[in-house]
Design a binder for this molecule. Structure first.
Ligand SMILES: C[S@@+](CC[C@H](N)C(=O)[O-])C[C@H]1O[C@@H](n2cnc3c(N)ncnc32)[C@H](O)[C@@H]1O
Length: 237
């Protein structure tokens, strides 16, 4: 499979074309599932609980978790022994996702907390706190083969940064800032390594990989986003 390409197809199909044990680092941000918050509140309309996240087409929570289980099983197959994995999620799903990650065969290592310093504000009528945290689950296929330790004060499981803004911001609603991806990619991979992102959105993982002289393979189902990703890749370099 050709490297340094973002493929416009479902990762469930695309992952099948990647050979066993060929990926050095998995870094990904799956679509978030929103119905939980809606059910919790007994609300009928998505608009009542809208956050900055985009919505998806999953029919039920089981449907969503089964989908991720299928994707992670493929990811485990394509990762080299010792490859690290990082997966973004919200706080409502972290315990489910940890179990799915372990069920696929990976070892859970740590949850990293991203504090967004400028979150979507809490609105009085919703009676909910602002969603100012996103979580990054760190795991590995056996003992990690790469661990480029930084100074100890940069090895906390906490990172603080505003959401994507200014020139970096594309039209993708859930674009992750490079600042909250690059440090973890540096620690868990080396130049020349292959990084896989099955849900690459606006291409953040690919941009980070290119900046750090790593190779990448990305999948994105929505052609609007692959176009944005290609534009970002051309702009940056
Ligand atoms: C949370 S976003 C990723 C955002 C990305 N981290 C960024 O910085 O732009 C998840 C992405 O997964 C894509 N997606 C959803 N289902 C997919 C599938 N089956 N295969 C590939 N991509 C998919 C969505 O279109 C969305 O762009």
């Amino acid at each position: 499979m050709e490297l340094n390409v973002i493929y416009n197809e479902s990762c469930l199909e695309g992952l099948k074309k990647i050979p066993d044990a060929s990926v050095d680092l998995l870094f990904t941000d799956p679509p978030y599932y929103q119905y939980r918050a809606q059910n919790m509140q007994g609300l009928k309309n998505h608009k009542d609980v809208v956050t900055e996240f985009e919505f998806d087409d999953f029919k039920s929570e089981e449907d969503y978790l089964q989908f991720l289980e299928n994707v992670l099983a493929q990811c485990y197959r394509v990762c080299k022994p010792g490859a690290a994995g990082y997966l973004w999620c919200g706080d409502d799903f972290v315990s489910y996702l940890n179990r799915i990650i372990e069920h696929a065969g990976f070892q859970f290592r740590k949850v990293i907390h991203w504090h967004k310093t400028n979150p979507f504000p809490a609105i009085y009528t919703r009676k909910m706190y602002a969603n100012s945290m996103e979580l990054l689950i760190h795991f590995s296929k056996g003992s990690p083969k790469t661990w480029n330790h930084k100074p100890v004060n940069q090895m906390h499981n906490f990172i603080e940064s505003p959401i994507c803004m200014g020139k970096e911001r594309s039209l993708h609603k859930t674009q992750k800032p490079l600042k909250v991806c690059i440090p973890f990619i540096e620690i868990s991979s080396n130049p020349g390594d292959l990084i896989l992102d099955p849900f690459i959105g606006s291409g953040t993982t690919a941009v980070a990989a290119k900046m750090l002289n790593r190779n990448y393979i990305g999948f994105e189902i929505n052609p609007k986003f692959t176009k944005i990703a290609d534009q970002r890749l051309n702009q940056h370099f």
